[in-house]
Design a binder for this molecule. Structure first.
Ligand code: MF3
Ligand code: CO
Ligand code: CO
Length: 251
């Protein structure tokens, strides 16, 4: 069941979304060669707490840290660690979810560390563009599958693959609620969009030809590409309106 948010809830989602975006802006200057992902985690956790909010990932289904940090071939759900020190040429997705006044804001972006290989720079910039194409397809009265269709259409020409195992999600009082948002075209998303729906668009794009992913059997969280290729991701939380979707996590 997809929850339609009331005007009061939308106002709270705007505040939560804005704060999640603020955390990403705050952390950006710290994402450099030599920093550990655990340091990034500590900084984001502190900033979130100081702004009267809660880091949603911490203890979510047992997740052990406050943010997700996914380096290179890690697709999503990377766990911040002292041993994971960013090096020149790396890419890292930092995924922030905060709970403010009971409502969630969820946003991520892939940062580039130092001199990144041109092919990887292209993957990152095209993944961000793919997210915006998906968001641009959202409008009350249309079907949700237009998101996946727009992303697929844009990504097809590059020889990349779109991860299907994980998707976007409705969000509100809950971190994850209906609908499950696919980043490829599928009849499963033949769902009529209505004003007041709020969900994320968060495509994960692999450089390689395989969309297959694997979950670490050591930590049960870290998702990597099966072929070892690098993967990029961007995420916004958006509100369906009668016009252009409103990006609640815009910075
Ligand atoms: N923020 C992720 C998303 O975009 C979910 C992370 S779940 C966690 O849906 F437990 F790993 F934090
Ligand atoms: Co999300
Ligand atoms: Co997220």
């Amino acid at each position: 069941m997809i929850i339609i948010k009331t005007a009061e809830e939308i106002e709270k989602m705007r505040k939560a979304g804005a704060l999640a975006g603020q955390v990403l802006s705050y952390i950006e200057p710290f994402v450099n060669e030599g920093v550990s992902t655990l340091e990034l985690d500590n900084l984001c956790a502190e900033f979130t707490k100081n702004h009267g909010a809660i880091s949603a990932p911490l203890n979510y289904h047992g997740f052990p840290k406050s943010i997700c940090t996914s380096i290179n071939n890690v697709v999503c759900h990377g766990i911040p660690a002292a041993k994971d020190i960013l090096k020149n040429g790396d890419i890292v997705n930092v995924d922030i979810t905060v709970i403010l006044d009971g409502y969630h804001g969820d946003t991520s972006r892939t940062f580039m560390v130092g001199d990144v290989d041109e092919k990887i720079v292209n993957l990152v910039t095209r993944t961000e563009k793919a997210m915006y194409r998906g968001i641009a397809a959202v409008k009350a009265g249309k079907y949700l599958y237009e998101v996946g269709r727009a992303i697929e259409k844009y990504i097809a020409k590059f020889g990349y693959s779109i991860v299907q195992t994980y998707g976007g999600h409705g969000i509100g009082k809950n971190f994850h609620e209906d609908p499950h948002v696919l980043h490829h075209f599928s009849q499963h998303n033949k769902i009529r969009l209505k004003e007041g729906m709020i969900f994320t668009v968060e495509p994960m794009i692999n450089m390689g030809q395989s969309n297959q992913v694997e979950t670490s059997t050591t930590d049960d969280w870290t998702v990597t590409t099966a072929d070892g290729s690098v993967s990029a991701q961007f995420e916004h939380t958006i509100l369906v309106t009668s016009g252009e979707a409103e990006i609640l996590t815009a910075r």
